[in-house]
Ligand binder design. Sequence first.
Ligand code: FMN
Length: 183
Amino acid sequence: MRIVGFAGSLRRESYNRRLLAAVGKQLEQRREDLVFESIELKDLPLFNADLEAAGDPPAVVRLKAAVGTADGLIIATPEYNHALPAVTKNAVDWLSRGPRPHALEGRPVAVMGASPGRFGTRRAQADLRQVLAVLGAITMVRPWLLISSAEERLGRDSEPADTIAEAIEKYADAFISWVDRFL
Ligand SMILES: Cc1cc2nc3c(=O)[nH]c(=O)nc-3n(C[C@H](O)[C@H](O)[C@H](O)COP(=O)(O)O)c2cc1C
């Protein structure tokens, strides 16, 4: 089983990238034949139909190939101004483009997010789920992984805090079962 993931943040110390790494580690620990790969978005240009018309830039080719050949995708999204941040949306927009079927069509996807605030990216995740539904991705229904107070829970140590360890384990188990349904 090959699972890929990206965090919709370019920040070096991104909480969402840390969350993604923690989930990726749990996925690999829970299933022997599972490989997890994290995709970086820092070289991905802003979507521009002129760039696309000239041929997908290398970072786009890599992103589409990584997602398009994966058994499942995990998106860790921050929340900006009560909505989906541009970095996450830009990656999804590139992935929604050809060749048909695009890389998200029929793909098992899981959404999650971390924020220093109280609501743990609930609104951004709701936005993202709506966009993924339009694109025909098969988004895991439950559980939601909403990490609030991220600076305490993902900020200090290399390991996530004990208060979220169990939620991360349950989420990893649920996504493995979700992907298994569609293999
Ligand atoms: C422009 C902007 C708007 C933000 N709006 C929200 C918000 O609506 N809700 C929230 O929980 N956090 C908000 N934040 C705080 C982010 O959750 C915080 O910067 C977080 O660290 C971003 O995720 P990252 O650590 O993965 O980069 C905002 C941050 C920025 C820069």
